[in-house]
Design a protein around this ligand. Structure first.
Ligand code: NAD
Length: 480
């Protein structure tokens, strides 16, 4: 496929079209065709990448913050210029509609720009000394060091952008391991930095066997910081590996977002808004609204409107302009959706629409709405990470809040009400790192994105995103 770049590794400023661990096909989820062969790094390339990142750090940390900002923003200008072509790459490998891909490229540029600006404001402070012999106590903020960054396939540019943007703005070097399912978008992101003149070694890209790569890089003495986005079991495992070397760690591990719809909300308006929020990126979004808890007085109207919206969605190849929802990324996600639906029905849930894979090539699954789902159903406890919504009715607010908070997840939660007092009290009671009141837009370049409980450790984006790549260092000056 000519629109798709030849997959390559990038180490020390050079592209490598082969790796010592063989290669893997990159598959288009819309038609199951092979887009290219991805070279896989073995120990030899991992060592090279770690050594390059160590050297790159020595160069990059000495650059003034303003000079770093200049290089980084040259790269984001290139991203914006290339947005159309990169969006095609993203849709080919990930499946989301072209318009969503394009928005993701442009948003990634915005995220990186914000962090690059914040890099110029990584202020320290002067603390008044206790003794006259001390001239000054300077609290400074210094880059942590070379970072190993692990990103999944659902937002193949946005998630690398959050990590790379923060690392480079703080003065760290980085090795990115994007998901092997979707390397092309990450390659285009790295290419923009290469073309912008980023010095060799500052940013490297490798793919390989995820468990081997993470074990090797996290244990490597050159690596000082690790950031991971993905599933909770893998996030816990990487956290354990980091603890062995006391490496700084940020983890964004998904969620199972509740949506509380109060009796005073506009059921139809909320249901319409919820259709686009739920089925964006085929539901493969960690902050995707999934557990709709609707006051019983609105339940019927909400379900009818929501189901009508879900049925009307045009599902198809993301390259077709009319497509509103693309395929799932992988056959394994399709199988998981089927299992979750079967289990819910066996537990006594009602299937309001969808619930099946679509015929023909590609990993397409119909937008699915389950109602009256009993607590013991797996879909109410495990993140579906796909186009499945659960809608249940509630009568008692305390019980509904308890249900919203019942899971080990705590990434995002949403609340719809016109009552200001309820908006304040209920949002305060929801156990989540981000609460959207009357909207779903909790992920912005300027605001911190992160979860509580098992949904994560630390935040990305916003000032917090930069802080995750900075250590605090005190320098205390006395008279000689
Ligand atoms: P997975 O856990 O196998 O993989 C998720 C990501 O982690 C992939 O990019 C994979 O390459 C990487 N990974 C896996 N094992 C690793 C290891 N030992 N070291 C480093 N990286 C490793 O899951 P999956 O089948 O790709 O997706 C399924 C689940 O993952 C979803 O149900 C969802 O819960 C979670 N997920 C979450 C996010 C998120 O944004 N938080 C994104 C993608 C997937």
């Amino acid at each position: 496929m000519s629109d798709y770049p030849a997959p390559a590794l990038y180490i020390d400023g050079r592209w490598l079209d082969s790796g010592s661990a063989g290669s893997l096909p990159v598959v288009n989820p819309a038609d199951e065709s092979v887009l290219g062969m991805l070279p896989l790094a073995g120990d030899a390339e991992l060592d090279l990448a770690a050594a390059a990142a160590r050297r790159g750090f020595e160069t990059w940390k000495r650059e003034p913050a303003h000079a770093r900002w200049e290089t980084i923003t040259r790269a984001t200008r290139l991203l914006r210029e290339r947005a159309g072509a990169i969006a095609r790459v993203m849709t080919l490998e990930q499946g989301k509609p072209l318009a969503e891909s394009r928005r993701e490229v442009l948003l990634s540029a915005d995220i990186i720009d914000f962090l690059a600006e914040e890099g110029k404001r990584a202020y320290g402070r002067l603390v008044p000394p206790r003794s006259a012999a001390i001239l000054a106590q300077a609290v400074t903020r210094v880059p942590v060091g070379p970072a190993a960054l692990f990103t999944p396939w659902n937002f193949p540019m946005n998630l690398p952008a959050r990590k790379i943007g923060a690392a480079l703005a703080a003065g760290c070097s980085a090795i990115l391991k994007p998901a092997e399912d979707t390397p092309g978008s990450a390659i285009e992101l790295v290419r923009a930095f290469h073309d912008a003149g980023l010095p060799p070694g500052v940013l490297n890209l490798i793919c390989g066997d995820p468990a081997q790569v993470s074990a090797c890089l996290i244990a490597h003495p050159a690596i000082r910081k690790v950031s991971f986005t993905g599933s909770i079991p893998v996030g816990k495992h990487l956290g354990e590996l980091c603890a062995r070397g006391v490496k700084r760690y940020t983890a964004e591990l998904g969620g199972h977002a509740p949506v509380l719809v109060m009796a005073d909300a506009d059921a139809q308006q909320v249901a319409k808004l919820s259709v686009s929020a739920k089925f964006r990126n085929a539901g493969q979004v960690c902050a995707s609204p999934t557990r709709f808890l609707v006051h019983r007085s609105l339940f019927r109207l909400f379900v009818d409107t929501f189901v009508a919206g879900a049925r009307a969605l045009r599902v198809g190849n993301g390259l077709a302009p009319e497509s509103e929802m693309g395929p799932l990324v992988h056959a394994r996600r399709l199988a998981e959706m089927e299992t979750l639906v079967e289990d819910a029905l066996a537990c006594g849930a009602t299937l309001a629409c969808g619930g099946r894979r679509l015929p023909g090539a590609g990993f397409f699954f119909a937008p699915t709405v389950l109602t009256d789902v009993p607590d013991q159903a797996r879909v109410l406890r495990e993140e579906p990470f796909g186009p499945i919504a659960v809608v249940n009715a509630w009568d008692d607010l305390d019980a509904a809040v308890a249900q919203a908070n019942a899971l080990p997840y705590g990434l995002s939660a949403y609340l719809f009400t016109r009552d200001l007092a309820l908006a304040h009290t209920v949002s305060a009671r929801l156990e989540a790192g981000m609460v959207g009141v009357n909207h779903y837009g909790v992920s912005q370049p300027e605001t911190p994105f992160g979860g509580v409980k098992e949904s994560g450790y630390g935040s990305e984006s916003g000032q917090e995103g930069l802080a995750a790549y900075l250590d605090t260092k005190l320098i205390s000056f006395a008279n000689p």
